[in-house]
Design a protein around this ligand. Structure first.
Ligand code: PAF
Length: 285
């Protein structure tokens, strides 16, 4: 595994792979890696000749400077984990390398970025699109891998690739969870033991909600809000039921299609956690 910090070092490695017609897969990350990231690396390794993992905490996608400052970073630990995987190249650039000039592009994703994360984190998805399009441009991957935990990000990256006509296949991989159901997230390390213990309510509430499909949408949303907010360690930011492809809110559970997904954002203290659940995977109680 080689570690590249500059575009020159990255190009040197990739030039040979490209000229010999090898398939290049990309796993973009912000580091503080966990088993969720490693599962993306594993999928990538199984489907491509070369696996590139990028580690870059992208300032452009943080609308809150405190959140950027507190975002966990552990490059040494990340490299150690990646050495045990199929990763061939780690690209860990500086901010100046990714953004040699200020990138002021604003993307219009229509309604895809007006709700949920886009609503509560203004500018977040333009920031994600700037960095991911830049990484696609530098690496020119055949395939790129993203987790379903960030389901809205996935829909937006698909849309961005389509809008910019990028020849890359976007591959989605399932959310990886702790044994008690908490979705793996780099932010989990920021939880206090008590917050961590109570955070399991997020997935449990989603699972119960997915079995209450006979409730009206408004009632179901209220039930989720009450269940989360009754816990003194948690505070609900949003719970929405949307179509996983176009993110249109589902207004009638009876007409909810196979692709309906319940998406949630919850604060445990200052730590913001997101998760989601595919309603089609659950029978009504
Ligand atoms: O999902 C993430 O970790 C980030 O949003 C991504 C895709 C690496 C872009 O910075």
């Amino acid at each position: 595994m080689i570690v590249a910090g500059t575009i020159g070092e990255l190009d040197q490695f990739l030039a040979e792979a490209r000229s010999s017609g090898k398939y290049v897969g990309l796993v973009p990350t912000m580091g503080a890696l966990h088993r969720g990231h490693l599962s993306l690396v594993e999928c990538c390794g199984a489907e491509n000749d070369i696996t590139v993992v990028t580690i870059f905490v992208n300032p452009a996608q943080f609308n809150d400077p405190e959140d950027l400052k507190n975002y966990p970073r552990d490059l040494g630990g990340d490299l150690q984990m990646l050495r045990e995987t199929d990763c061939d190249v780690v690209f860990s650039p500086s901010v100046e390398t990714v953004y040699p000039e200020p990138d002021l592009r604003e993307f219009d994703f229509g309604m895809l970025d007006k709700i949920m994360e886009g609503h509560y984190r203004p500018g977040h998805f333009s920031g994600v699109a700037r960095v991911v399009s830049r990484l696609f441009d530098l690496i020119k991957p055949h395939r790129a891998y993203f987790g379903e935990k960030d389901i809205q990000q996935l829909a937006i990256i698909n849309k961005m690739a389509q809008m910019l006509g990028l020849p890359v296949e976007i591959v989605s991989c399932p959310t990886i969870r702790e044994s008690d159901g908490l979705a793996l997230s780099s932010r989990n390390v920021l939880l206090t033991p008590a917050q961590r213990e109570n955070a399991i309510l997020i997935n449990r509430t989603l699972m119960k909600a997915a079995m209450k499909k006979d409730l009206q949408v408004g009632m179901l949303k209220k039930w989720v809000a009450d269940t989360i907010n009754e816990n003194p360690f948690l505070e609900l930011e949003y719970f929405e039921i949307v179509d996983r492809e176009n993110l249109r809110p589902v207004s009638d559970m009876e007409r909810a299609g196979e692709g309906s997904v319940g998406c949630i954002a919850v604060y445990a203290g200052n730590v913001r956690l997101i998760d989601n659940i595919f309603f089609s995977n659950f029978a009504t109680l």
